[in-house]
Design a protein around this ligand. Structure first.
Ligand code: G6P
Length: 613
């Protein structure tokens, strides 16, 4: 959500800003703008819609001359996507120019105060309040740094701010709290950005700013300050991954590329953590004594990461015999959860910056639980706030709809389940060994799904079913949790209304919606429940449903007796089976979205990184 890029150097700023913003498109946005500073003062161009429109408006940046500037992609919160509400925003007297990511929660109160002080507003945004508040303190202090410090003291909520001042033509200021911001060191040039891909073409030396950090910088110098206003030294981290990781690499969409990257992502996540047939989690410090004392596990997350948690309930309860409750972060936070030192809270997040998940994590920490985060982005806010972290090594995920991050999160839950189950003696040795073997083979099994023939088969099914407006996913046990993700994918990228229901629950309501030709996707990969699910399939078929079944190859003969069409996946250890089952569902949604003419990588209204509550 919202992307920020800032540049000071000797090159023309606008093309660099536009290029950086293009690398942040994945975050989700509905308008974009840039401000370049030169002798002519601030030159601002902004527009509603895609970045391409801004590029056209500025002739790819050529119309804006100057070597210092800030750029922004906005995901509307306060006020519709419009020219007026797009960033950058100027203060009343035009001296302060600001881009912002996050939400200023007390903006109405501040706006009232600033209006009374004679400040004027042209937008509905909370950001303009920050611009005017900066101006207000700047007039009082006559110093930008002091003004910024006083202004941020008054802000509640979340913010990453890039700030320019007309009196300081060579300087930029940036500050952050609860929204991501990095600083990039160049040679004779410096950068800020919401994420690494925006500036990776120009520098690999970056600092992940902490909450409360402020940086004042020119082309050749950068001074970092902590919350207390003390100067702090920051050592840059060297980014080792290649830009190609954030490019499409020959695939038509990031989503398809990332679906294909799943085997590698899983190998990278699993293999270093299995040594001589044993799970080794050097990353965490959960001792056997601590594990023996756990009475309850919460898995807290949003979106697909939450659905990984729904699978985690079955997996961890089976292997560790500890009650597990998956809960949405936005609900957990305000539910007064009963937590203590006998509760382990597992937080799952690809980005490591989802606002609800981060807040839930802090709440769990405050209430005395131990927190363990499963995160993809190194150095992200969630990875820093949790007691323990296990990284998923999925690499940068750009498509809004997650695929490889989901799969790697699930693989970490397997590792964790084996680790805890082994420590508690609840996972018999033979089972442990079988899981271990199957886990190491998962990437190969996924490769078997990603063959040309399979992709063509799924594409043909997508073409056949693309016209359906209501789809029901049904399954039992682990399959019911896979259905949640399958259904979300179809909603997210193909804009098809779909529901996921535990197959046994269908008769308690949704079956009334089944009519002639309604599409039902039945996932039936839990061997001992195959017959039960098929009974539910018969119930919907009796009411006219068109059924697409998904099962393991060894059930092909059986499934043909009941469903209209089917998809097969290789068979693996029953607990690991969901890792394979989700893949054809990802591909199915991808092809349905394509067939319906949707923007697969950047679905409408969605953001990859949801930094607001
Ligand atoms: C957004 C993304 C989803 C993701 C969810 C949680 O909705 O589109 O793909 O599952 O946020 O994000 P996180 O970064 O915390 O995993």
């Amino acid at each position: 959500m919202c992307g920020i890029v800032g540049y000071i150097g000797t090159r023309q700023a606008a093309p660099i800003l536009l290029d950086g913003l293009s690398k942040l498109e994945y975050r989700g946005y509905d308008s974009a703008g840039v401000c370049v500073f030169s002798d002519a003062g601030f030159q601002i161009e902004k527009t509603k819609g895609r970045l391409a429109a801004l590029c056209e408006l500025t002739q790819d940046g050529a119309s804006l001359k100057g070597t210092l500037g800030i750029g922004h992609t906005r995901w509307a919160t306060h006020g519709a996507p419009s020219h007026e509400n797009s960033h950058p925003h100027l203060s009343s007297n035009g001296k302060i120019c600001v881009v912002h990511n996050g939400i200023i929660e007390n903006y109405l109160l501040l706006k009232e105060y600033l209006l009374a002080q004679g400040k004027t507003f042209v937008s509905d945004t909370d950001t303009e309040v920050a611009a005017n508040l900066l101006e207000y303190y700047y007039e009082m202090e006559g110093d930008l740094l002091r003004a910024a410090r006083r202004a941020v003291e008054k802000l509640s909520g979340s913010y990453a701010l890039g700030i320019l001042c007309a009196d300081r033509p060579d300087t930029m200021l940036a500050v952050k709290k609860d929204s991501p911001l990095i600083f990039g060191f160049g040679k004779g040039e410096n950068f800020i950005a919401s994420d690494v891909p925006a500036i990776l073409r120009y520098t690999r030396e970056v600092v992940y700013l902490n909450d409360g950090d402020m940086v004042e910088f020119t082309a050749n110098d950068a001074k970092f300050y902590n919350t207390l206003g003390e100067v702090v030294q920051k050592t840059p981290e060297h980014i080792t991954w290649e830009m190609s990781a954030a490019e499409k690499g020959g695939y038509p969409h990031f989503m398809m590329k990332e679906i294909h990257e799943q085997p590698k992502a899983l190998r990278d996540t699993i293999n270093p953590r299995i040594k001589n047939g044993r799970v080794v989690l050097d990353d965490i410090k959960l001792t056997p004594e601590y594990l023996r004392g756990i009475r309850r596990i919460y898995i807290v997350a949003c979106g697909s990461a939450y659905y990984v948690g729904c699978l985690g309930k079955y997996i961890l309860e089976k292997t560790c015999r500890i009650p597990v409750e998956p809960i949405l972060a936005s609900e957990f936070r305000y539910s007064q959860p009963v937590l203590g030192d006998d509760t382990l809270v597992i937080i799952i997040s690809q980005s490591g910056e989802t606002a609800d998940t981060l807040a839930a994590l802090r709440e769990a920490n405050n209430l005395g639980a131990r927190t363990l985060a499963i995160v993809n982005v190194v150095g992200s806010a969630i990875s820093k706030a949790a007691h323990d972290v296990i990284y998923t090594w999925a690499g940068p995920e750009i498509a809004v709809a997650t695929t490889k991050a989901y799969s790697t999160q699930l693989s970490v839950l397997y590792l964790l389940a084996m680790y805890i189950g082994d420590a508690l003696g609840t996972l018999p040795g033979a089972e442990y060994n079988a899981m271990c073997k199957a886990l190491l083979q998962l990437p190969d099994r996924i490769e078997e799904i990603l063959t040309k023939e399979n992709l063509a088969h799924i594409e043909a099914l997508a073409e056949e079913f693309k016209g359906h407006h209501d789809v029901f996913f049904i399954g039992r046990n682990l399959d019911s949790a896979t259905c949640l993700e399958g259904s979300l994918k179809l909603k997210e990228i193909a804009y098809v209304h779909s529901e996921a229901y535990a197959a046994g629950e269908l008769k308690h309501g949704p079956i009334s919606l089944i009519e002639d030709n309604t599409l039902v996707i039945a996932v039936s990969c839990v061997p001992e429940l195959f017959e039960k699910t098929m009974s539910n399939v018969k119930e919907v078929k009796a009411r006219g449903a068109n059924v697409l079944g998904l099962t393991t190859a060894n059930y092909e003969h059986e499934i043909t007796k009941t469903v209209d069409r089917y998809l097969l996946v290789p068979q693996t250890h029953p607990l690991l089976q969901p890792s394979l089952n989700v893949v054809p569902l990802q591909i199915f949604s991808y092809y349905v979205a394509l067939a319906r003419g949707c923007d697969v990588d950047k679905p409408r209204n969605l953001a990859k990184s949801v930094t607001v509550e």
